[in-house]
Design a protein around this ligand. Structure first.
Ligand code: SF4
Length: 338
């Protein structure tokens, strides 16, 4: 797929973007040999993606498992070194930051993880977990002040401060995710990557966590990259949505535009699987069933990466990489036939 230009600066408002990603690639080397290791290829987990995220907005990033969305989120935050391309967050150039800038970025940009249990140290109390970013970034003048701040954060995410000395295993899944949210908020960030924050939770709890994230966004003007594996999850929380497939972005548009008028065959297939609340409409609509698995990012297909699974693929699709084009204001897509 060709280089992806930025989405227009007018989307969704005229303020400069908080996060800018340009042609970002993240490859992982594949090696063989135990004693004399040699590289035999690369997993192209993220292969040249570009977009912006504006202050106060939520950009959804969706796609099947293995499409590179979690790697993209971690690379944007500098948790993985960037193979090539550029990323800036709040004017910190992540692709070439030094140690003081990395520390500053840790304060300004945080992550909420998919598995709240695995992401919390089981031997630490809630007080230590939420208090750690406050300690690292020296955001409290004394231990008393730090404890007060932990209390405040617990109340903010709907946890009773009476539980401050408990350990993660003493909480339910939803409560553990609230601890993760409080920890992410502790350093007063501007930007948070929410990496499938609700997919490990019971359906009954998912809406509560989404509502909490929305409330916090409103209260603190937070900016989110919200990663999810299906389009139904991001519908209510995102302003714009990027659909990822095998390391690239296939389509990017405003939420309403994308749901009303999906243009890429992959987006159309994903949307056709989203349940409709009206059973009559749900019965008659056509589902697009994709055949085959997502190909290996070690050796992605030529031309359009989606061509081996695309229901409307043409001979040219296997040969030529589709251009990334803005087909309507703010609606970008990479497909020869659109
Ligand atoms: Fe790709 Fe061709 Fe299908 Fe468009 S029609 S998504 S270019 S395979």
């Amino acid at each position: 797929m060709s280089a992806q230009p930025p989405s227009p600066a007018s989307e969704p408002e005229n303020r400069p973007p908080l996060v800018v990603v340009r042609e970002m690639k993240k490859y992982f080397p594949v090696t063989e040999g135990l004693i004399f290791e040699r590289q035999i290829g690369s997993v192209r987990a993220v292969d040249g993606i570009s977009f912006e995220i504006y202050p106060g907005e939520t950009l959804g990033m969706v796609g099947e498992s293995g499409c590179g969305k979690t790697t993209a989120g971690r690379t944007i935050l500098g948790l993985y070194p960037i193979t090539s391309g550029e990323v800036s967050i709040s004017e910190i150039e992540v692709h070439k930051m030094n140690r003081p800038q990395a520390l500053s970025l840790r304060r300004k940009a945080q992550m909420i993880f998919q598995d709240p249990y695995a992401s919390l140290n089981p031997r630490w109390t809630v007080s230590a977990i939420i208090g750690e970013p406050i300690r690292i970034h020296r955001l409290a003048a004394s231990e008393k002040e730090r404890n007060e701040r932990v209390h405040e954060l617990m109340m903010l995410v709907g946890l009773s401060p009476r539980l401050i000395n408990r350990f993660p295993h003493e909480f339910s899944g939803g409560q553990r995710q609230r601890i993760g949210v409080a920890r992410a908020l502790a350093s007063n960030p501007e930007f948070i990557v929410c990496d499938e924050p609700i997919s490990a939770l019971d359906v009954s709890i998912q809406a509560q966590v989404v509502n909490l994230l929305e409330d916090l966004q409103e209260q603190f003007g937070l900016t989110y990259l919200f990663i999810a594996h299906d389009l139904s999850m991001v519908r209510h929380i995102c302003n714009r949505v990027a659909v990822m497939y095998l390391g690239i972005i296939a389509e990017l548009a405003g939420r309403d535009e994308l749901y009303a008028n999906p243009l890429h065959p992959y987006t159309q297939a994903l949307l056709s699987a989203v349940p409709i609340p009206d059973p009559k409409k749900d019965r008659v609509r056509q589902r697009i069933i994709l055949t085959g698995d997502v190909p290996s990012p070690l050796n992605p297909p030529s031309g359009c990466r989606f061509h081996p699974r695309c229901p409307i693929a043409q001979p040219q699709c296997a040969e030529k990489t589709p251009e990334w084009r803005e087909v309507r204001p703010g609606h970008w897509v990479a497909c020869h036939l659109v």
